[in-house]
Write a protein of this length. Structure first.
Length: 253
């Protein structure tokens, strides 16, 4: 039956940045579909742990700073030690820094690029090696952005990093499809998360954004859960290197 292809029972998913917001929504969706979760965060994701365990699934809590590469081997090793395998990686961890391009600092550039694109590639590389060693393929889901398609304003390093996410998703798909590894991305639209708090607090800017979204509302973390489960499942086995916009119609306007 077709619905069986969406079943993730017995799978193990590493989800970075799942303490709140979109990461929490995707981790919970994966757990509801049957996954045990390895959460990678800077701080303890207490609420996410509670929500995932309430579904009957296990949650392994790993503390890591993805601005550096030092913790990546430990992340994969801890997941394998806990569950014996890894099946899915969701690269959600990311940050944003806002300032006019004319005044943007090197530190703000480096911080954003390190976590939003450099760590995405190298944790994907580590997990892909694990997938290849296991011999059963796997799924990598990167989190892109509307700014993978557009330039934006006052977020130069974020735009650069998210454009890079779309490109590297294609590159990894091209190289790793031969191993049964699917690499795709989700591009959230304007979501009600910590990253957009400043925009939503600006009444004029928020009004401008909402007027362009055909759905007429800001997105919610739960809106990303279904697409994430789809790309993580065997229902998406023939989708590779693609970035799916989850934007309420923003790009169609």
């Amino acid at each position: 039956m077709i619905l069986d292809t969406f079943n993730l029972e017995g799978k193990v998913a590493i989800v970075t940045g799942c303490d709140t917001g979109l990461g929490q929504g995707m981790a919970l969706g994966l757990a509801q579909a049957g996954c045990d979760i390895v959460g990678v965060n800077i701080t303890e994701p207490a609420e996410t742990i509670e929500k995932v365990r309430a579904t009957g699934r296990k949650f392994v809590d790993i503390r890591a700073n993805l601005m550096k590469l030092d913790d990546i081997p430990t992340i994969v090793a801890s997941a394998v030690e806990a569950f014996g395998r890894v099946d899915i990686l969701v690269n959600n961890a990311g940050i944003i820094r806002r300032n006019d391009a004319i005044d943007f600092s090197e530190q703000d550039w480096d911080d954003v690029m390190n976590i939003n694109i450099k760590s995405v590639f190298f944790i994907s590389q580590a997990v892909a090696r694990q997938f290849i060693a296991q011999g059963n393929g796997g799924k990598i889901i990167n989190i892109a952005s509307m700014l993978s398609y557009q330039g934006g304003i006052r977020v130069p390093s974020y735009t650069a990093s998210k454009s890079g996410v779309m490109g590297i998703t294609r590159l990894m798909a091209n190289e790793w499809a031969q191993h049964g590894i699917n690499v795709n991305a989700l591009a959230p639209g304007y979501m009600a998360t910590n990253n957009t708090a400043a925009l939503r607090a600006d009444e004029d800017r928020s009004k401008e954004i909402l007027e362009r979204i055909p759905a007429g509302r800001w997105g919610k973390p739960a809106d990303l859960a279904g697409p994430c489960v789809f790309l993580a499942s065997s229902a998406a086995d023939y989708i590779n290197g693609y970035t799916v916009a989850v934007d309420g119609g923003w790009l169609a306007r």
